[in-house]
Design a protein around this ligand. Structure first.
Ligand code: 3HC
Length: 291
């Protein structure tokens, strides 16, 4: 079962990166968006990233075929263009009902062999797998932000995932240049199950006044070698995304003490200070850099 043609639903923060690394891995990619402007913005991000990778390769005396990669990616506003894909990866808004509706539609639209994958951060893969009508051909493929640079993909199987489907999805992750780890369908899989409670504990420290945001971040960078501290990382991931993950978990697992919502997080989101994407969260941002 080899994956040659990949559909990506959503060309936003994660979707554009997934489309790009799939094309870098040699796949033909169709990336779907609902609006022309969103599609153009996502493809623009791919162009910028490819140009950066080519520049970096040239600096090191090597080469990178940015035009060749780009030629394998087509944008579309028509879902029907996904019908003959070997794999469709969903990277849309983190809303379980919206995702289930999408997969129910794709289940009817795509050829019977198509494998489905969700890039969800925190929702149960099994719920989307059931909605798709083909639970044995469904996995989680959880990439990390920025997809082009982060070297991991979590490959998530449910009780119903076919072994050959899991292997094909894992091989696809490796073709995308990632190290693939296997995980069961548990809240947050491996990374977010550890990372999100860590970020929320850092925000609780800030809320209590134990230390400043800057000192918490410096502590974790220099004390543990993390590339970003937890508060900068919350800004980087998005405060709304972090809050919505925690809200979903608190609702689904009310007795799990690791899942708590810091008031400081909810109040920043209410003020629309969502982090890097809005220019301000716990820090001020200019583009991808802290101001
Ligand atoms: N494509 C191509 N090149 C890129 C790029 C992209 N998308 N993004 C950045 N670069 C380039 C930069 O332009 C820069 O080039 P330069 O050296 O010529 O200036 C180079 O890559 C390095 O970037 P930075 O200068 O920003 O330097 P860093 O060394 O700090 O690397 C980072 C950036 C990789 C983001 C690093 O800070 C890091 O690893 N941070 C932690 C990120 C993390 O933890 N991500 C996971 C979030 S959790 C998640 O995604 C799960 C979700 O479900 C919530």
């Amino acid at each position: 079962m080899s994956i040659k043609k990949v559909g990506v639903v959503g060309c936003g923060l994660m979707g554009h990166g997934i489309a790009q690394v799939a094309a870098q891995g040699g796949c033909t990619v169709v990336v779907f968006e609902t609006a022309e402007a969103a599609l153009a913005a996502g493809l623009g991000r791919i162009d910028k990233s490819l140009a950066k990778l080519a520049e970096k390769a040239a600096e090191k005396g090597g080469s990178f075929d940015a035009a060749g990669v780009r030629a394998r990616i087509t944008g579309t506003l028509a879902k029907a263009d996904l019908a003959d894909c070997d794999l469709v990866v969903e990277a849309i808004v983190e809303n379980l009902d919206v995702k289930k509706t999408l997969f129910a539609e794709l289940g009817k639209l795509c050829k019977p062999e198509t494998i489905f994958a969700s890039n969800t951060s925190s929702f149960p893969i099994a719920a989307m797998a059931e909605a798709s009508g083909r639970p044995s051909r469904f996995v989680g493929l959880h990439f990390f932000n920025p997809v082009q640079l982060m070297k991991l993909v979590e490959v998530v199987r449910t009780d119903k995932t076919d072994a050959a489907v899991f292997e094909a999805a894992r091989a696809f992750g490796v073709a995308c240049g990632k190290t693939a780890i296997a995980c069961k369908d548990t809240p947050g899989f491996v990374v977010n199950r550890l990372l999100v409670p860590y970020m929320s504990q850092a925000l609780l420290m800030l809320e209590r006044g134990d230390a400043s945001a800057e000192d918490i971040d410096i502590a974790m960078k220099l004390g543990t070698g993390y590339p970003m501290g937890p508060i900068e990382l919350t800004d980087y991931v998005g405060l709304d995304t972090t809050l919505s993950i925690l809200e979903g978990w608190v609702k689904a697992h009310p007795n799990e003490p690791a899942f708590t919502i810091p008031k400081i997080l909810a109040s920043k989101v209410a003020e629309k200070k969502l982090g890097r994407k809005t220019g301000e969260g716990f820090y001020k941002w200019q583009g991808d850099k802290k101001a």
